[in-house]
Ligand binder design. Sequence first.
Ligand code: TYD
Length: 203
Amino acid sequence: MSKPLFIVFEGIDGCGKSTQLRMLCDKLTTIGRSVVATAEPTDSKTGRMLREALSGKDARSATEMAALFTLDRIHHNVGAGGIAETLAAGKDMISDRYYYSSLAYQGSLTDYEWVRRMNCDCPDIRKPDLCIFLDMEPKAALARVGKRGEVTEIYEKEETLTLFRKTFHRVFASLDDNVAVVDADGTPDEVAARVFAAVSPLL
Ligand code: TYD
């Protein structure tokens, strides 16, 4: 059995991250690994502030959002039951979103370099073993968001998601991180097979 893995899922809103995250957790559990699922924003106090802002209830600037997401991420790493503690206990940690979202979303809206440094140079923000980017056309992704019938969040517009997707690709080309770009078009089983093929070399 390999060391505990820290894997993150990324993608624009509606790309199917939560389904794929669940399927990967199930698969890893089936092969005998101990897995914990997590997500950002977290349910910390800062996470709750972020939800208020994402819903549009509490307007915040892009720099405020970047700072809040970073604070939430530091707590996610070092807080009780967080990433560091879970990995130290020998369990895999799989997160729905991580710093790539800050680089793509807030990095598109304010000073990218500042957002990158705040996250990538932070001593308490761990680099994941693997980032799985579920790549999808914004139009198709938004159709999925619409079907869920949830209240639309501030970033869920085609033009915005097109910009964020482009930035995601630029981020991956410029960072020295282990990233698998996975085509998110297809049935959940088809996409899950692609995801598992990306994870297998680490097992
Ligand atoms: P959520 O409702 O969890 O969306 P999803 O299911 O698509 O993950 O809300 C997360 C939102 O927050 C999403 O629009 C992306 C955004 N976000 C950022 O802008 N920066 C970040 O660093 C993170 C983690 C998320």
